[in-house]
Design a protein around this ligand. Structure first.
Ligand SMILES: [Mn+2]
Length: 343
């Protein structure tokens, strides 16, 4: 069996133990990936806490030469593992959250102590991630690898602090605009409600949304253009009517300001590309449609300043498909971001 590591030996100067089979140190890497295996408030399927490790393992299969984007790895890519403290806090918040969710599901009184501990843990995570992203973003392109989508908040907040007026391009099946979900302040389902309230974020543009409640729909409509949704149903209808997808991709790009942060919830893609994600929804973007949107952002002259990739959940042992797709998507996100910053 020929493995990628065998192939990589011919194209990469060294084949290391790190992400994508590279061995760049944190000090020399121009791309820093931050593992955030946080999965506290997930309401349905579980497993995204294992996302960063699964993506890292799958990444050694990704060819380092990309026919479209060249050789992004030459800039050096390093992935930080989660701190022991993050893992400890994630596990204990998860136990408390399960107690809260169980009470909700059975209409019993919410255990206040447990709920408050989960919310404290979310606040700790936000401060922890915001510090890490801010520190590394000074000299590197930073990507946060979830974990559930709640980890995006701190990453976006840190980047908006550096780049005021930042726009956020959100790939997602859900709007994540709920005011709060089951009492959790840091719920994955309310992350964009919080992001949209960040003063230094000028706009949120979401694509692929196809599962939203009335309050979220009203929030988009009442946002005065601050939140723009390219709903999956609308995009599908224009495709059926014969509109080229490239035109839609350009519209998405043009809805964004010059500086763009990409928040990629894997469930924005067709579920055939992420069958084990926690809350899959039929429909969604194909691989090439997602690439067309990213490509349109870059070719329009906009700059991708940072990103996250969330809600990837590996399948049962031996099923690497979700992580395989995610590792390739991660390499593309890095490549598009570098291309956008090169001009
Ligand atoms: Mn999401």
């Amino acid at each position: 069996v020929t493995t990628h590591r065998d192939n990589a030996a011919h194209v990469a100067p060294t084949v290391g133990e790190g992400v994508f089979g590279l061995d760049a140190t944190v000090a020399e890497a121009r791309i820093i990936l931050i593992s955030a295996p946080w999965e506290t408030t997930t309401s349905y399927g579980r497993g995204t806490a294992k996302g960063p490790a699964a993506i890292r393992a799958a990444s050694v299969q990704v060819d380092l030469f990309d026919v479209e984007l060249g050789e992004p790895y030459l800039e050096g890519i390093a992935m930080l593992g989660p701190s022991a403290e993050l893992e400890r806090r994630a596990a204990s918040a998860r136990r408390d959250a399960l107690e809260v969710i169980a009470a909700f599901d059975s209409d019993e009184p919410v255990p206040r102590g447990a709920l408050e501990r989960v919310n404290d843990a979310s606040r700790w995570l936000d401060a922890h991630l915001e510090g890490l992203v801010g520190e590394h973003a000074e000299r590197a392109l930073v990507g946060v690898i979830g974990g559930d989508h709640s980890v995006a908040y701190a990453s976006i907040a840190a980047q908006a602090e550096r780049v005021p007026g930042l726009g956020v391009l959100q790939f997602d099946a859900h709007a994540d605009l709920r005011v709060a979900y089951q009492g959790f302040v840091g719920s994955h389902a309310s992350v964009f409600h919080r992001v949209a309230r960040l003063e230094k974020v000028s706009k949120v543009v979401n694509v692929g949304v196809r599962d939203l409640c009335r309050q979220e729909h009203d929030a988009i409509k009442g946002s005065d253009g601050r939140i723009v949704a390219f709903l999956d149903a609308d995009m599908a209808r224009s495709r059926s009517a014969g509109a080229p997808f490239l035109a839609t991709a350009k519209q998405v790009a043009e809805a964004l300001p010059r500086d763009v942060y990409v928040s990629f919830d894997i469930d924005g893609l067709d579920p055939s590309l992420c069958p084990h994600t926690g809350t899959p929804v039929p429909g969604g973007l194909s691989w090439h449609q997602a690439m067309a949107v990213l490509g349109a952002v870059v070719s329009s002259g906009r700059r991708i300043v940072g990103f996250d990739l969330c809600e990837v959940a590996p399948g049962p042992a031996g099923d690497e498909w979700d992580a395989n797709v995610a590792a390739r998507l991660l390499y593309k996100l890095i490549g598009y971001a570098l291309a956008s910053r090169a001009t």
